[in-house]
Each structure stands twice: as structure tokens, then as C-alpha cells.
Design a protein. Structure first.
Ligand SMILES: *Cc1c(COP(=O)(O)O)cnc(C)c1O
Length: 429
């Protein structure tokens, strides 16, 4: 494989864009390699600038659930484009989209569109604070909710109980209102409520954590969060930016049978366009301007083109729910094949799957929280990633991410991937 054109784009890119990329993981730093630049995608495949073709297991981190360039999704898009791209005035498709999402996710009565997952979580915690008139937010170590100041936090040392910023430029004063608890550890949450319960506006949680590698929550954990937030009149926010319409049409809420007070969406709902959304119970969402006192706005929010594509994407998923069984079956095949390779090679690594999401952890489980996943051998993952890339398989370029499938992934794709996995693991053993 040649990577000349990618290399050239990268060398040019780093002059004008920090790290040459518009989101850090794309720089391939965690896998110790220069990034490849993608020129196009079709079905389950993506092609780079040099014409190398890969089976894609990133899928734009979830949105490409129908595969790249899906005809049903894109048919007739020209007409929508010709009608104008953006008006800064309301359009009917925004109402259609809101209605569909509210009908699809029973926990929420109203919804507001934004442009990214980051905006969705930022707005949701503002609304939770405005609604409860309380200040503190609980988040969990290892969960990612976008790059909002108040959520870029890790747990503090033993002497301090509030979180510490994980990024320069975030004042400690801001994250003092963020309490960081351990994922899947209800006692930790109970302790936080005993101490600060009167001032806790809400809990934000990835009901299936997908940003420390795949770490599903225990049902009892989520149930416990549901109960304690009711008891203290705090708002339970499910961050379903990855899981919503992905692990099931009704997201993690449907899979676990637990209804949050608010939910955040992104990734899948735009079908590849920059879209996010946050919704909640009517009483909570009526806090949002112009009818309530919590300010939140967006020039391009509810962009007609993005709404049309997102709306179609969700309708295709809604009308073809067997898509989810298909994705889960493919994920199971992949899991079984890779597990069998691991066994044959006698390796101490762990395949984790939840519904259609997967992570191959280079370490021994169980993986229940951030501390557990930190024990993985990220250098080994980097080697594995490169071996797979050279065999035409595009995996997430970091250990602590998930693999995503699409309906376009064929049995041959899965078989090829399992075979490549065996060779790659053997090569780095
Ligand atoms: C990706 C992600 C976000 C952030 O969404 P952006 O669109 O990248 O801002 C928030 N929460 C979760 C769970 C995510 O996976």
C-alpha cells in the first residue's frame, strides 16, 4: 500500500490546522502513525486519497448505519438542495423531525435541535440547572459528553471532592460544580448525594459508555441512578449521542427499560450531517427560551438539508427494525470469530460486545469502569491497528473507542475481517 497522497495532504494540513485535523482522534496519534485522508465511501468501504480501500469500522462514529452513499437516504436530495440551504426561519421539516423523535423516544415530550453532541449536552445541563435551581452536576469518569468546559473533568485526588479539568483553558472554578463518580458504582453516587444532594441539579451518563472503549452499564446501576435522582429531585440525563437509534431504535432507554428525564442525541440522527438534539419531559423543556428563562439558540440549528437527511435516516430505521437484528448478528459473528482467534493464539485480550457495538481490549477484563480499561496495553493496540490497516481494515485509531457496523457490511466483509484479525494478532504476538 502507498500513502503518498495522504502524506502530502497531512504535511500541508499541519501547516494550517492544529495537528492537521479538525478532531484530535483523526490524527492517529494513539496508534503512532500518520493519518490517512479519506476521499470517498461506498457501502461498507472507504477509500483514501491514494486509492487504498478499507472495510470501515468507524462509520463516522455511528452515523453511517446505512452504509456510505445509501441510495434510499440520498435519492432526491438535489431537489431539497435546490430549494435553498438555510433561511434562519422555521421550516416544516423541523417539526416533522421533532415529532418523529418524540414519538420514537417515550421518555421525552419535547426536543430542541442543535448542531453537535457537544451542544446538546451543554444545553441539557444548563436546562437541568435552570429547572432545579441547583448547581452541581454528577458525571462519570471515562464518559465523554463533548468538549464543554464543565464536563472536561476527571476525579480529583483524595483530598478534594470536586473534579479537576482535563484540558488547559478550563478554570477550576467552573469544574468545582462537577462531581466525578465511578462508572457502575452506585455507592459512589450515593455518597455524593449524601454530601451535596441539596445542590445536585442532575446526573449525566452514557447509559452504554462508548468513549472509554465499550463499557456497558449494569441495569441495577442505571436503575439506582433513576431512583436517587427522583428522591433528590435532580434531573437524570441520558447522553445517547452514540447509543440513540444505534443500539436499538429507542436507544439505551429502550434496551434497559429505564426512562431518563432528559436525553441528548447526535451522530446517528443527522445521518452524516452535523446535528445534535436534546429533549426531555415537557415541564423541563418548557424552561427553554423563548417560552422559558434558559437561553439557548443556533443560527444553523434545524438546518433544512440536515433535517431532511436525518428525518429520512430515522424513518428508514423505524420502518425496518430488522436492521437492528441484522447489525447485532453481524457483530456476534465478528465477536465469535475474533474470540476463536484469541483462543487459538492463546492471547490475554478481551472482546467486548453490547448489541451492535464492539471493542477489542488489549487486556484482561472485566471492564466495568475507567480504572479497569486503563490497564490495557495501548502500544499493542497501536500495532494491531497498523496490521489491520495494512490488510484493508479501518478500525478506530485508538484503543478507547468502539467499532461500528452498517447494514452494508456483508458476510464476506466479516469473514475477511476475522481472517485479517487472526493474521494481525499472530504478527504482533
Ligand atoms: C460523540 C459524543 C458526544 C459529542 O458529540 P459531538 O457531535 O462530537 O460534539 C457527546 N456524547 C457522546 C456520548 C458522544 O459519543
Amino acid at each position: 500500500m502507498e500513502f503518498k497522497k495522504s502524506k502530502k495532504a497531512y504535511e500541508e494540513g499541519i501547516k494550517y490546522i492544529p495537528g492537521g485535523v479538525n478532531s484530535p482522534v483523526r490524527a492517529f496519534q494513539s496508534v503512532d502513525r500518520d493519518p490517512v485522508f479519506i476521499s470517498k465511501g461506498y457501502g461498507s468501504k472507504i477509500e483514501d486519497e491514494d486509492g487504498n480501500i478499507y472495510i470501515d469500522y468507524i462509520g463516522s462514529w455511528g452515523p453511517a448505519i446505512l452504509g456510505h452513499g445509501n441510495i434510499d437516504l440520498l435519492d432526491g436530495i438535489d431537489e431539497i438542495i435546490n430549494n435553498g440551504l438555510s433561511f434562519g426561519l422555521p421550516t416544516k421539516i423541523e417539526v416533522d423531525m421533532a415529532k418523529l423523535m418524540v414519538e420514537s423516544y417515550p421518555a421525552i415530550d419535547m426536543i430542541r435541535m442543535v448542531n453537535s453532541g457537544t451542544e446538546a449536552t451543554m444545553s441539557a445541563i444548563r436546562v437541568a440547572r435552570g429547572y432545579t435551581k441547583k448547581n452541581k452536576i454528577i458525571k462519570f469518569e471515562g464518559c465523554y459528553h463533548g468538549h464543554n468546559d464543565s464536563l472536561l473533568v476527571k476525579s480529583g485526588s483524595g483530598t478534594i471532592t470536586y473534579g479537576l479539568p482535563t484540558s488547559l483553558g478550563v478554570p477550576e472554578e467552573i469544574v468545582k460544580h462537577t462531581i466525578v463518580c465511578r462508572y457502575n458504582d452506585l455507592d459512589d453516587v450515593k455518597n455524593a448525594f449524601e454530601k451535596y444532594g441539596e445542590d445536585i441539579a442532575g446526573i449525566i451518563v452514557e447509559p452504554v459508555a462508548g468513549n472509554m472503549g465499550l463499557v456497558p452499564a449494569d441495569k441495577e446501576f442505571l436503575q439506582g441512578l433513576r431512583e436517587i435522582t427522583r428522591e433528590y429531585k435532580s434531573v437524570l440525563i441520558f447522553d445517547e449521542v452514540i447509543t440513540g437509534f444505534r443500539i436499538s431504535y429507542g436507544g439505551a432507554s429502550e434496551v434497559y427499560g429505564i426512562e431518563p428525564d432528559m436525553a441528548c442525541f447526535g451522530k446517528i440522527i443527522g445521518g452524516g450531517f452535523p446535528v445534535g438534539a436534546y429533549g426531555g419531559k415537557r415541564e423541563i423543556m418548557e424552561m427553554v427560551s423563548p417560552i422559558g428563562g434558559v437561553y439557548q439558540a443556533g443560527t444553523l440549528s434545524g438546518n433544512p438539508l440536515a433535517m431532511h437527511v436525518g428525518y429520512r435516516n430515522l424513518n428508514i430505521l423505524k420502518d425496518n427494525k430488522d436492521i437492528y437484528d441484522d447489525l447485532i448478528n453481524k457483530a456476534k459473528d465478528l465477536e465469535e470469530g475474533i474470540n476463536s482467534n484469541i483462543k487459538k493464539l492463546g492471547l490475554n485480550i478481551t472482546m467486548v460486545r453490547f448489541r451492535d457495538m464492539l471493542t477489542l481490549f488489549f487486556g484482561k477484563g472485566p471492564f466495568r469502569n475507567y480504572d479497569d480499561v486503563q490497564k490495557c496495553d495501548t502500544n499493542m493496540y497501536a500495532k494491531y491497528f497498523k496490521e489491520m490497516l495494512n490488510r484493508g481494515v479501518m478500525l478506530p485509531p485508538a484503543q478507547f473507542e468502539c467499532m461500528f457496523l452498517s447494514i452494508a457490511h456483508s458476510e464476506e466483509d466479516i469473514e475477511y475481517t476475522i481472517k485479517a484479525n487472526y493474521e494481525a494478532l499472530k504478527a504482533i504476538k
